[in-house]
Design a protein around this ligand. Sequence first.
Ligand SMILES: Cc1cc2nc3c(=O)[nH]c(=O)nc-3n(C[C@H](O)[C@H](O)[C@H](O)COP(=O)(O)O)c2cc1C
Length: 185
Amino acid sequence: MEKSLKVGLFYGSETGNTKEYAFVIKDLLSSTILEMDKDPVDMAAFDVEDLLEYDMLIFGSPTWNIGELQSDIGEVFDEFDSIDLAGKLVAIYGFGDHEGYPDTYQDAIGILGRKLRERGAKLIGFSETSGHHFEESLGIEEGKFMGLALDNDNQAELSDERLRLWTKQLISEVAVLHPPQKISS
Ligand SMILES: Cc1cc2nc3c(=O)[nH]c(=O)nc-3n(C[C@H](O)[C@H](O)[C@H](O)COP(=O)(O)O)c2cc1C
């Protein structure tokens, strides 16, 4: 039997986009090496210690209030300083609005990503910026988004395909980083 990683998904959402797509991600990962045992967790009601039981964490945060994290994630943000995420893989997807907020587009991806890396996590799932029209973003590192950027305000028709490709990318990256181990069954 092949041993796979324990994957958890945690999100914050004001108007439902990030929540809806959390469940799409869960469906896309089912029957893969990243299959999730549990439903996505709303960070409005969670404890940072809950993160520790997983090998890989997927976070979803829209950017709100001009360059800020979604409010529930913002409230627990400082608590990340109390946990050690060394050895954990982290992938982030964000929602934003490139027409409405071109100077703070997808900032949440970068704010969250840098904090989680500071706590020891390894970030995976970076994606290209092509197709997104914006001026500035804290979500960029070396020319790529530090996760997946989705924009249902302007490009909702692209989100399903972007997610499909991104989840395939995650599976490939994890397969390289953590080749499946054989365990006796
Ligand atoms: C008041 C307000 C501020 C926002 N600020 C930003 C922003 O700074 N950057 C950005 O990319 N999107 C911004 N957005 C767009 C949201 O991130 C976007 O609508 C997202 O899909 C909301 O996700 P949710 O439905 O999960 O809450 C803002 C939206 C509103 C209404």
